[in-house]
Write a new protein. Structure first.
Length: 120
């Protein structure tokens, strides 16, 4: 019986370290997914809570920066592809054909003061 309780106590230590490790992994994965939308400083401050070695932290920051660059590049390329497919002349013509234009203007004539420069 005494060995059962000692086994449980030693297991509790492993379980709490396992929970800490699981929490750390969860945070690293969360940062990995969200790094594209975070600044390097915010990623650094978020991961500093984990007390990671500097080389691991730098590796994670480099990986996050690379992922961010790749995401921005891919999104940019997709936007360029979409814009290149648009025929702006055709779309403008269709817009003009489907809409009526109304132009309103107001003109006011004001008498000059005699002291003002009359100009050319």
């Amino acid at each position: 019986m005494a060995s059962d309780s000692s086994d449980r106590n030693s297991g509790d230590g492993d379980e709490s370290s396992g929970l800490k490790l699981g929490e750390a992994i969860r945070k690293v994965i969360t940062v990995g997914v969200g790094a594209a939308f975070m600044t390097e400083e915010s990623v650094r401050s978020y991961l500093s809570e984990l007390k990671l070695p500097k080389d691991v932290l730098n590796l994670l920051l480099q990986s996050a920066a690379k992922s961010k660059e790749e995401l921005v590049s891919r999104v940019g390329n997709e936007i360029v592809k979409m814009v290149n497919k648009i025929d702006f002349v055709k779309e403008a013509s269709r817009f003009v054909e489907e809409h009526k234009f109304k132009i309103s203007a107001e003109v006011e004539v004001i008498k000059r003061n005699s002291g003002e420069d009359k100009g050319p």
